[in-house]
Structure formats: structure tokens, C-alpha cells
Design a binder for this molecule. Sequence first.
Ligand SMILES: NC(=O)c1ccc[n+]([C@@H]2O[C@H](COP(=O)([O-])OP(=O)(O)OC[C@H]3O[C@@H](n4cnc5c(N)ncnc54)[C@H](O)[C@@H]3O)[C@@H](O)[C@H]2O)c1
Length: 360
Amino acid sequence: MGKIRCAVVGVGNCFAGLVQGVEYYKQNPGMEVIGVMHPIIANHSIHDLDFVAAFDVDAKKVGMPLAQAVYAEPNKVKWVKELSSMQGVMVKQSPRLDGIGYYVDQIIDTVPERDITELKKEILSELGEKKVEILVSYLPVGSDKATKFWAQVCIDAKIAFVNCMPSFIASEPEWAERFRKAGVPVIGDDIKGQVGATIVHRTLARLCDDRGTKIERTYQINVGGNTDFINMKEQERLTSKRISKTESVQSQLRQRLPDDSIYVGPSDFIPFLSNTKLMFMRIEGRMWANVPYNMEVRLEVDDKANSAGIVIDAVRLAKIALDRKLAGPIVAASAYLMKHPPKQMSDPEARAELEKYIKG
Ligand SMILES: NC(=O)c1ccc[n+]([C@@H]2O[C@H](COP(=O)([O-])OP(=O)(O)OC[C@H]3O[C@@H](n4cnc5c(N)ncnc54)[C@H](O)[C@@H]3O)[C@@H](O)[C@H]2O)c1
């Protein structure tokens, strides 16, 4: 099978983790590929993702070779010294729109803004020239306008869209219909990490529910030290992230918890944590004879290692959709890989549906 021609918008830490991880396995060919569901999906290995175009707004990244831009500050991932892939690919300008929030604006310089119609023309021409098949969006939380701009670009260019962030496209019926009508597949929204806060919380909440206990209250607090967490200090940008994370847990319970009995959210930025993300979760409930119990979990993970393998799977699953000429949200892939899919399922159910989808 040939390569999958991809583009990325948002050359941040997550993208750095994805491409440096692939390079790591390339440099260690005998090593077992950990972190993806299947080493091969529809004949494609992790080495078949070919990023041929990239877009950003950071002055340290735009106009730079992509293989160097992934190392530019404030990106933190440095798992391999250099990349052998993506040679000759230059990072092009994206419209800023609402991509950069108040706090991130203090630490990066952005390229001067340009007329959006002109930029869109250039973007469409770059995507066409490079024969891009799939666009991965790693835009920051709160970039609703920028996400809609790029979703529309995908529709116009007939390129599949993998939406890794929590502005709702695949799970928003109006946008889902637009993709369906255009004959373009979409997987989203908001990556569910490999063993991240969301999957751990929803799995344990479901366990407590399935075992017949009554959950009375639960919270999940996350802290980290990268740009994603600086950005999430701005509460106004967090609305959809909170919905995405909270609904992901609520969807696993037979009876929804009242809104004031569940708190799920990123909570603070601790600079020295860098890409380490800490999650603190608590479930309080009652069991037989009304006797109380509680459970506390502390999870410590590299936030970027946690997301990259999931996106590598998402891209290969989007490629299957393109090959089979499927359009609109890819329901099973979204349910298994994303926090806020068009249809929530339990994780075992989503996995079973996904295996069926892969087999066709
Ligand atoms: N485990 C995880 O890492 C995880 C899980 C779920 C979701 N996500 C989401 O993935 C997204 C990316 O995370 P990250 O850690 O790479 O963030 P990041 O802040 O490191 O990277 C974002 C990149 O987008 C660029 N950008 C900002 N506005 C732009 C615009 N208008 N056009 C083009 N580029 C723009 C920034 O310059 C930066 O390079 C975030 O929304 C995050 O919440 C990550």
C-alpha cells in the first residue's frame, strides 16, 4: 500500500509527539510498536503517514521546514534528536482567528495577519498541489472559529478531517450533514488518550455503575505544564472542553449525575510539569445497606505520548473511509478514539464496532 498523504494544522506538542514517535520506531526497527491498536490497519503501518503540508500561526514555525518547526519553543517533545521524514515540507500560514488566547499570546509571536480570502486560496492550492487526503487538526482548545474555517477547507478540498480538539464538528449534526453532503469523512471530536484521564475515569465510573453501586459524586482534576495547559487557564476558552470531558463520563452511567455532583476539568498550569500531566480522580458512592465507599486515583502520564498513537489510528481509519468512499462522521472510529463522538458507546462496544468497521 502507498503512503497516506496528510496535512496538519497546529504544529504544536501533540504533532511533535506523533512524528517523533514514528521516527523513534524507525530508528529502532526491531522494537515492538506500543501505543497503537494494531501495527497494521488496512495494510497501513505507522510509517505510512506522510505529512506533506502543515499550517500554523507561530512566527517561529511559519516559513520553517516542518522537520525543524516541531522542535520550536514552546513545543516540549524532544524524544529524538532529528527527523528523517517530511524533508522539503515548509510550514505555511493559517488564519489566526481565535486560535491564540490571552495567555499564549504572552509567550509566542504570531505572523502578521493577512486577508483571509487570499490565505484560503493559498491553502486550497497547497492542499491540491500536495494531493493531501487527510487533514489532522491540533488547534488549541477554544479555537471554534479556526476549527470551522478548517472544517470548511476540508469540505471544499474534499479532504477527510480528523478533529483532535474539542470544538464540535463530527458530533455537531449540522456540520456532520455538511460533510455527508460533500462526500467527505470526518472523525472527531477531541482525542481520548491511550490511558488518559477520560478513559480511566469513564471506565471506573462504569465499573461502579455496572457492579450495582450508586455513584453520588465524582470529580476529575488535571494539571500540566505545557502550552495546552497555559491556554486552558482561560476559562472562557474551556466551555466545549468541559462538555466533552464531562459528557464522556456521564455517557457511561445508567442514570446521569446531577450537574452539581460531577466536576471534570483541566484545573491549572504548573510550569515545571512540562508535558507530564497529573490527574486526580475521586468517586464517592454507596453500596449494599447504604454503606458509603470512595475511590481515589492519581494518574501520571506524558500527555503527548498519550495522544499520538490514537491519532495514528484515526488517520488510518480515515483512510479506510476514503478508500470505501464513506462520507460524514465515521461513527465507530469516533466513538472509540474520541471523547465527544456523534454517538457515545461503552468502550468495549465501540471497540467491537470498530473491529467490524476495519474488516468491512
Ligand atoms: N493528550 C493530549 O495531548 C490531548 C488530548 C485531547 C485533546 N488534545 C487537544 O489537541 C490540541 C493540540 O494540543 P497541543 O498540546 O499540540 O497544543 P499546542 O498548544 O502545543 O499546539 C497548538 C498549535 O496550534 C497553533 N495554532 C494556534 N492557532 C492557530 C491557528 N489559528 N491556525 C493554525 N495553527 C494555530 C499553535 O501555534 C501551536 O503550534 C489541543 O486542542 C488539545 O486540547 C490533546
